[in-house]
Every structure is written in C-alpha cells, then in structure tokens.
Ligand binder design. Structure first.
Ligand SMILES: [Zn+2]
Length: 226
C-alpha cells in the first residue's frame, strides 16, 4: 500500500515490533524506553504510549502524533519523551527513527557525563568516533530535543549520552535507531570493562575514518539493512 493510511499501519507494526527488540537486548526496565518512527509521506510520527507494559504493546495501541508532539490518534497519553522525539523530526529531516533507553552501561557513562572514547573498531564502524555527551536537560519541554539535535547535527555518531540521563539514538529508520541503541550499550559496557583493566588506547583518526567508510559503505551493501 502506498497511501498514508497504509504507510501509517506499516509504521505502527514496525514501532510495536521494535519495542520488543529493546526488551530482547536488555535495554529497558519496567516501562522505561521508547522508540518512534516518522510516517513516510506525512508530517506524523508513531510512538509508544506512556506507562503501558512492554507485554501489552501492539500496533493498534501505538500513538500517532504530529511533529509538534500533539496526539492525532490513540487512546493513551504518548510517551513522556514525545516532545524530544518530535523536536528531532522537525529539525533533522533525514532522521526517520528515534530511540531512547536507560540501558545500564550507557546510563553509567551519562551519569559521569564523559564521552565514550573511540577505542574499539566496532565504535569506529557504527559511531565514526567517540559517543558524545549532550547537555543536562529537564523532561517536559523542548530542552532534551534541543540538546540531542545540537549534539548530533553534523556528528557521525547516531547516539548521544544526555548528561545524567541516558542515550538517545537516531537513524534513517527506526530499526537503525534501535540498532544504534543496542550497539551503544554494548560498546559502553566493553569500554567500561576495559578501563577497569587499565588504560585504553584510542584508534588513530585516519584509521577511524577508514573503518567508518568501509562499514557504512561496503559492509552495509549500500541500501541493505544491517
Ligand atoms: Zn529517559
């Protein structure tokens, strides 16, 4: 289906399914965390309802909002992070998906407000360098979205660790954003453990560039899902 209604139904299914991936990868506890996706061909986004158990998330109880975060369709309130997601879609037109979790190791780095240094080839591949830290921001206004956009605009990394809060990730698709959330947690864990063992060694910038170019270009088979 190519109609907006058809696209909207496809996005509902995909966003509900991707919340299951947050659970599968151990990125969320209770009802924390959220995924959203832009609806192709419309100024709309689909996001999780607030406070509903992951076991009960289905395509039909996802919330449809406009890009100001106002509810267009849905029985529940949208996720409390809806304003942040909406801000990202308004200001980064290339972004098709956003994810946010309180995954343990990424949150631990966020609590310290320290960027994760690029000391692993997997980081160069996925993030193109360090994972940056964004400003401290209170929930409930545009402040989180503003901090996410200010940090990630022009940055290779699809992940930002919002200070004293946690990771927000973006992607061309919602699946890409969820993948970035899973990879972010994985490398935050690995680098943390490495630093318990001793000093870590940064990868030379030229090598980071080469790794990033290869992974984003050749390895991904251009246009194929990674
Ligand atoms: Zn949060």
């Amino acid at each position: 289906m190519t109609t907006v209604a058809g696209a909207l139904q496809d996005v509902r299914v995909e966003v509900a399914r991707l919340h299951g991936e947050l659970v599968r990868y151990g990125l969320v506890v209770w009802t924390a965390g959220n995924v959203s996706a832009r609806v192709p061909g419309a100024d709309l986004m689909v996001i999780k309802p607030s406070g509903v158990s992951y076991d009960d998330l289905r395509p039909d109880n996802m919330i449809v909002c406009d890009l100001d975060g106002e509810v267009v369709e849905g029985e529940h309130s949208p996720s409390s992070d809806t304003a942040a997601h909406a801000y990202v879609y308004r200001h980064l037109p290339e972004v098709g998906g956003v994810a946010h979790t309180h995954s343990t190791y990424a949150v631990a780095w966020a609590a310290r407000a320290v960027p994760v240094p690029c000391v692993l080839t997997a980081m160069a591949d996925e993030f193109g360098g360090e994972i940056p830290v964004g400003p401290f921001a209170l929930i409930g206004s545009d402040d989180i979205g503003r901090g996410v956009v200010a940090t990630l605009r022009g940055h290779r990394s699809p992940a930002v660790l919002m200070a004293q809060h946690g990771p927000f990730t973006i992607g061309r698709t919602a699946r890409d954003a969820v993948k970035a959330a899973a990879m972010c947690e994985d490398v935050c864990r690995s680098v943390h453990i490495a630093q318990q063992l001793g000093q870590t060694e940064p990868i030379a910038p030229d090598d980071v560039d080469r790794l990033y170019a290869r992974y984003q270009g050749v390895y991904g088979q251009r246009g194929a899902q990674r």
